[in-house]
Write a protein that binds this ligand. Structure first.
Ligand SMILES: Cc1ncc(COP(=O)(O)O)c(C=O)c1O
Length: 370
């Protein structure tokens, strides 16, 4: 029997998630392992979010509010934009999927950088679209080469800012310059999953910019509760975009795509500014500590505006990843991205950062890297 599946689906390589802690502990017979592999928040969710979730558990026999009214209103107020500009998703991942579903027909093109967040390409492939992949130049999005690839089949351009996995960031001026050179027929997706961590001296308000824009491409900002808000397991992200585009995305989403727990949990997290600020401060302090310690170990650490670092360890990244697993530390090898000597690590708590540095020092010695 032959499966009635087109080749563009059969050839999709599934997304490789970071190794779960339970799996490592089971496989290696260790306990107390730490995971610095998935750019999560090591301080956990806001206690106000967990209480709000606990308070609605008895209502789970009811469908959620299909419009996520309370959360949407609160987000609109927080971001100073009309609620009609918002589209919520099960993680910002789902909003990427909506954008591709709404904009891409088989044969249409979408441009992204390599390396960048892998899911852009997968969703485009699922629709039978064509991925145009532009290599980063000196670890940054290469706007000139991206522009060279734009043609009348281009529907979407994905730019993660900061970029995952390098942590590099582009400025508002660079973005405005790019917008001026792009036709009005495409959607420019600014994936700002890590925007909360950006140095305030450099960050800019993309949502204001989207509201002010009168010509050029349609610009979308993607945000998430998975990083700074510590709710990766809840699955809540959103896109901010011109209302005409938002109306189209609402047509392709399921009526109840945001579950009840995500609606109340994210709302409570949004209101807990103290927890959010602790995360931002802890991330900045942890990144400064790691930068200094990695430098002492002789590793090249790429400048990052996110909650993670891409690190050149001076030897085979897969071997180092394995060696670190034996020490109970999960990092991400960037081997599959073509960075054969690089790992990516997420900032942890103070204790986790110290444990990581010790384990890395031991592994570099054992493997004789450097
Ligand atoms: C650049 C980027 N965009 C989007 C996401 C997806 O986040 P979410 O959990 O909101 O789906 C990630 C997750 O790691 C990411 O790195």
């Amino acid at each position: 029997m032959k499966l009635p599946i087109p080749e563009y689906i059969a050839s999709i390589v599934p997304y490789p998630p970071g190794k779960p802690l339970d799996e490592l502990e089971r496989q290696y017979g260790i306990s107390n392992a730490i995971k610095l592999a998935s750019n999560e928040n090591p301080w956990g969710p806001s206690p106000r979010a967990t209480s709000a979730i606990a308070a609605v558990l008895a209502d789970l026999h009811r469908y959620p509010d299909g419009s996520s009214y309370n959360l949407t209103q609160a987000l609109a107020k927080h971001l100073a934009c009309p609620p009609e500009m918002l589209v919520l998703g099960s993680g910002s991942n789902e909003v990427i999927e909506f954008l591709v579903k709404a904009c891409v027909q088989p044969g249409d093109e979408a441009i992204c950088s390599h390396p960048s967040f892998l899911m852009y390409q997968k969703f485009v492939q699922i629709r039978g679209g064509k991925n145009i992949v532009v290599p980063l130049a000196q670890m940054r999005h290469d706007f000139k080469s991206i522009l060279d690839q734009v043609n009348d089949r281009t529907r979407l351009i994905f730019l993660d800012n900061p970029n995952n996995p390098t942590g590099s960031f582009f400025t508002k001026d660079a973005l405005l310059q790019l917008c001026r050179a792009l036709p009005p027929t495409l959607v420019l997706v600014l994936d700002e999953a890590y925007v909360d961590f950006v140095d305030p001296a450099q960050s800019f308000n993309s949502i204001e910019l989207i509201q002010q824009q009168t010509d050029g491409p349609l610009v979308v900002s993607l945000r998430t509760f998975s990083k700074a808000y510590g709710l990766a397991g809840l699955r809540l992200g959103f896109g901010v975009m011109p209302t005409s585009l938002a109306a189209m995305l609402h047509r392709v989403r399921q009526p109840f795509n945001i579950n009840t727990l995500a609606q109340v949990g994210a709302l409570a997290a949004l209101e807990d500014s103290a927890h959010y600020q602790r995360t931002i401060n802890g991330t900045r302090a942890g990144m400064a500590f790691l930068r200094e310690e990695l430098h002492k170990l002789g590793c090249v650490c790429h400048p990052s505006q996110a909650n993670f670092f891409l690190i050149d360890v001076g030897g085979d990244a897969n071997r180092l990843y394995e060696a670190m697993l034996y020490k109970g530390v999960i990092v991400r090898s960037m081997y599959a991205y073509g960075y054969t000597n690089c790992i990516r690590i997420t900032v942890g708590t103070e204790e986790e950062n110290a444990r990581f540095v010790t384990a890395l020092g031991e592994c570099l010695n054992e493997l004789r890297y450097g």
